[in-house]
Design a protein around this ligand. Structure first.
Ligand code: PAN
Ligand code: ZN
Length: 191
C-alpha cells in the first residue's frame, strides 16, 4: 500500500546544556514551581518559605498522539523540614501513557505509585534511563547537594492529572536520614 501521510512539521534540533540541564535557546515555555505552588505536597508545610524548587524547560510541539512531548527538569537541592525538594508529581490523564526519564546531572530518586497503593523507587543519575509504565504516578526527588537535571519524553496526548496526587498524596515520602535517603510512610495517604 502506498499511503501518504500529510507532513505538517519541519525537523528541528533543540540543545540541552549537559552541565545545567537547561535547554537554550528556549524551545518552548519555561515552567517554574515554587514552594507556594505545592505546599500541600510535603508531610509538613514549609511555613512562610517560598523557594524556587524546579524549572521545566519544554520543547514545544503539538500535544497530540502523533507527537512526542519532551522537556528537561532542573530540580534544585533543598529540604522542607527533613523532606527533600521534589516535583508535584502526577498521573497521566490518559492513564496508559508511559514515559521515559534519563538523568543528565545530579542525583535523585524517582518515586512511582499506582492508584491501588503499590509504589516503586528508582535512582535518577547521569546515564540511568527510567521507564515509567502506564498507570504509575511519578514524582522526582533531589537527594543530592547539586541541582538534579533529567530529560523526559512521553506521548503527546498523555495530559497531566495533578488533582489525584494533590488529594491522595503518595504512599511514602523520601526524607533525609542519618545514612542518606529513607522512605517514610505518608500518614495522610488515601488509597
Ligand atoms: C515531567 C514533569 C516534570 C515536572 O516532565 O512534568 O518533571 O513535574 P510535575 O509535572 O509533576 O510538576 C513529566 O513527568 N511529564 O509528563
Ligand atoms: Zn509525566
Amino acid at each position: 500500500m502506498n499511503r501518504q501521510h500529510s507532513v505538517s512539521m519541519e525537523p528541528f534540533n533543540a540543545y540541552i546544556d549537559l552541565g545545567t540541564g537547561r535547554i537554550s535557546p528556549a524551545a518552548g515555555p519555561l515552567v517554574r514551581r515554587r514552594l507556594s505552588d505545592m505546599h500541600e505536597a510535603y508531610l509538613e508545610p514549609p511555613g512562610g518559605r517560598d523557594d524556587l524548587v524546579y524549572e521545566v524547560h519544554n520543547i514545544d510541539v503539538p500535544a497530540t498522539a502523533d507527537n512526542i512531548l519532551s522537556s528537561t527538569t532542573v530540580l534544585y537541592p533543598g529540604t522542607v523540614h527533613d523532606e527533600y525538594f521534589m516535583t508535584k508529581g502526577h498521573f497521566h490523564e490518559v492513564r496508559g501513557r508511559a514515559e521515559i526519564y534519563t538523568g543528565i546531572s545530579g542525583e535523585g530518586l524517582l518515586l512511582m505509585a499506582t492508584e491501588d497503593g503499590r509504589y516503586a523507587v528508582e535512582e535518577i543519575r547521569p546515564g540511568a534511563v527510567n521507564y515509567v509504565p502506564g498507570g504509575w504516578a511519578h514524582r522526582s526527588v533531589n537527594t543530592g547537594t547539586e541541582p538534579l537535571a533529567f530529560f523526559a519524553a512521553y506521548v503527546g496526548d498523555a495530559g497531566h492529572d495533578y488533582a489525584t496526587i494533590e488529594q491522595r498524596g503518595f504512599p511514602v515520602a523520601i526524607v533525609k536520614g542519618a545514612q542518606g535517603p529513607e522512605l517514610r510512610k505518608n500518614p495522610r495517604y488515601q488509597a
